[in-house]
Design a protein. Structure first.
Length: 665
């Protein structure tokens, strides 16, 4: 009876109101054919500052204890097992970019200096060359240290397509490798946008408009009102951006109206959908032509087989089927649920709640007698019958649908990356477990959760505590052996929390709340902090730590506390600058150096890296200035706002200054 009703519904639908409708514009009452692209102003603000969170709180006073904390920490930095080394950048011909006393230069692999350490900062262009920034200007240098440009610029950005985005006092432009300025400087910003082998310059005009300019400088596309989002290139003709399709050949938007959102289903087949005010969806191509008159409730993306899942509403109920790229039903919508197991198999659930497997032609391959069907691996399917009291599942071969194992108590089985990929993660009614390659349980019981262990060669089995009781965990090897830890003469195999840092250091929190760092030689260091995260700090043999509650600090590989977890935030050390961000009590904010000192001490309340060796600083949170790494004043503390735009410092009131602090007209 239901099939007859559905057939009648589809017949009536295709013969009535939609019979004369051929485009999506007619359905939604939109501007026919879309509309031409036009110039629309943008509101993006170009900033290169690093913002801190939470914001500055001037009413608080910086604790004097900060200096004492860093004084205590410095000996740990000096006594580190291995010292921090800045990265060595080797160019394609073997020459090396080196650093010396905070400056950068170029030398041969044999150590002969080609350019002395005179650059304030450098930006490597892979193995091809580098941009060297002096005090005020910069230039691009080849692998052997020769200047590319006969004149210097405020900033230079290699694009990777043999051109360079350059900046003068007039603004940004583009120069090629032959020194020709192919886009004359004068724009507020230029970015390169590349995808699928196509390259466009995103150009921001001084007057507030923006456009895309093709690599060959022949095609200009004005696409406004959608800043901050780069387009997705669907083909040589069509782009997709901010929920709209752009015909770059005709230079038109598919929809003029912004109130309707387009979703791309298949770029290769040029299929898209949108929905009306009632939530019904329509299938159309990139020209706006309807492919079918059917009002869909949902359509999922198409598979490689050219088929997609779709639903329609029948008697206030959504029923699912399979459609082809023309919107015609390959499998009629008679199912309550439906999903692809792979491109040729479909798990379906009838309206009576019974699930089975069909092929893409609707042929039944696994009978409809289960409550749930799911993929267990590339070759196996789990077919489950679940009641309130029990779970009984069959493990079925995808190749011939033969039941390999039956009566399994598993709700799901998933191939795991653990143990070299020879394990299966399973869920039961009362928890989780792990099976070996022969589907035999590895742990001796079912746990609340199974977590990955060190190097994926072990796993942590955890039971969550009830009420105020702590959780308990056990570390298993892949062959089912329980890892034991000897601490202060006692042996432990159950713990509350375990963190493996590397092969030489781990942290164990016991159920009684006592914590220990465990070293590779078996020695332990007491530390009762309940760590939420511990990770490498990229400096010496130290680790960045965070306790529950969100406080940060550092430890070393001996389990010793370098900086206690009392900071609002500390970061890992940046490999290029050797600096780590810190936020102490939301008042004192700045950077920690690799020798364990505060950059600029406590001279400033806040310090933020602008780039190119420059820092934005303030003493009161209201007036800002700029200093270099040696704390030489470049711009006095006099601006309410300050930022670095390429190679030009911008202050409030439209002030423009060079990186040496000179005013730019």
């Amino acid at each position: 009876m239901r099939t007859s009703i559905l057939a009648l519904y589809l017949c009536v639908l295709s013969a009535t109101a939609f019979a004369q409708i051929t485009t999506v514009y007619q359905v939604l009452k939109l501007t026919p054919g879309g509309c031409a692209l036009s110039r629309i102003s943008y509101s993006e603000q170009v900033e290169s500052t690093v913002e801190f969170n939470p914001p500055f709180s001037p009413e608080k006073k910086a604790p004097v204890a900060l200096t004492d904390i860093m004084t205590h920490a410095q000996p740990f930095f000096k006594a580190a097992t291995h010292r921090y080394q800045p990265p060595v950048i080797t160019l394609g011909n073997g020459n090396i970019l080196f650093s010396e006393k905070g400056r950068y230069g170029l030398k041969t692999a044999a150590g002969k200096v080609i350019i002395p350490a005179s650059f304030v900062s450098i930006v490597s262009d892979g193995k091809n060359g580098f941009v060297g920034y002096g005090g005020e200007w910069c230039n691009y240098y080849s692998q052997d240290g020769k200047k590319l440009f006969s004149k210097d610029y405020y900033s230079i950005e290699p694009t990777g397509i043999h051109t360079f985005i350059v900046q003068t006092a007039k603004g940004y432009g583009v120069a090629d490798a032959l020194q020709k300025e192919i886009i004359k400087p004068g724009y507020s910003r230029i970015k390169l946008f590349s995808t699928k082998g196509q390259h466009y310059y995103k150009v921001y005009g001084q007057e507030g408009s923006s456009f895309y300019l093709s690599q060959n400088l022949r095609d200009t596309l004005w696409i406004g009102g959608i800043e901050g989002i780069d387009p997705l290139i669907l083909s040589t003709r069509y782009w997709y951006i901010a929920g709209n399709i752009i015909d770059v050949k005709a230079k038109r938007r598919l929809f003029c109206e912004d109130s309707y959102y387009i979703e791309i289903l298949d770029a290769d087949q040029q299929l898209a959908i949108t929905q009306d005010r009632e939530g019904f969806k329509y299938l159309f191509n990139f020209n706006g032509q309807l492919l079918t008159n059917t009002k869909f409730r949902s359509i999922y993306g198409f598979e490689k087989n050219g088929l997609g899942l779709a639903s329609v509403q029948v008697n206030q109920e959504d029923l699912w089927g399979v459609i082809n790229a023309k919107g015609k039903w390959a499998i009629q919508p008679t199912y309550k649920e439906i999903s692809f197991i792979d491109s040729g198999l479909i798990a379906a659930t009838r309206t009576d709640g019974k699930s089975g497997i069909i092929d893409i032609h609707g042929k039944v391959l696994l009978p409809f007698k289960y409550t749930r069907i799911s993929a267990a691996s590339d070759t196996l399917i789990l077919a489950t019958v679940e009641t309130k009291d029990a779970v009984l599942s069959d493990l079925v071969s995808k190749r011939d649908f033969r039941v390999i194992k039956s009566g399994l108590p598993y709700r799901s089985i998933r191939k795991s990356e653990l143990c070299g990929g020879n394990a299966y993660e399973v869920t039961l009614q009362n928890g989780e477990s792990l099976l070996d390659a022969n589907f035999k349980p590895i742990p001796n019981k079912v746990y609340s959760r199974i977590f990955y262990g060190p190097e994926m060669r072990s796993f942590i089995a955890t039971d969550f505590g009830q009420g105020n009781s702590r959780s308990t965990s056990t570390l298993y090897s892949c062959d089912g052996h329980i890892q034991q830890f000897k601490i202060e003469g006692n042996t432990y195999s159950i713990f509350d929390n375990y963190i493996n840092l590397d092969k030489d250091l781990s942290h164990l929190l016991l159920p009684d709340g006592k914590g220990y760092f465990v070293l590779s030689n078996g020695t332990t260091v007491a530390n009762d902090s309940h760590w939420q995260a511990i990770e490498p700090a990229n400096c010496n043999d130290m680790f960045r730590t965070m306790v529950y509650g969100g406080k940060y600090g550092y430890i070393n590989s001996k389990g010793e506390t370098v900086i206690p977890p009392i900071f609002e935030y500390v970061g890992a050390f940046d490999v290029a600058t050797g600096l780590a961000v810190y936020n102490f009590d939301d008042v004192q904010k700045g950077y920690i150096t690799t020798d364990g000192t505060l950059l600029f001490g406590t001279a400033y309340k806040e310090c933020e890296l602008l780039g190119n060796g420059l820092f934005k600083v303030t003493k009161d949170g209201e007036l800002w200035g700029v200093v270099n790494r040696e704390n030489e004043v470049i711009v006095p503390l006099k601006f309410g706002q300050i930022s670095l735009d390429g190679g030009i410092i911008r202050g409030s009131g439209n002030s423009k200054l060079s990186r040496t602090g000179q005013s730019i007209n």
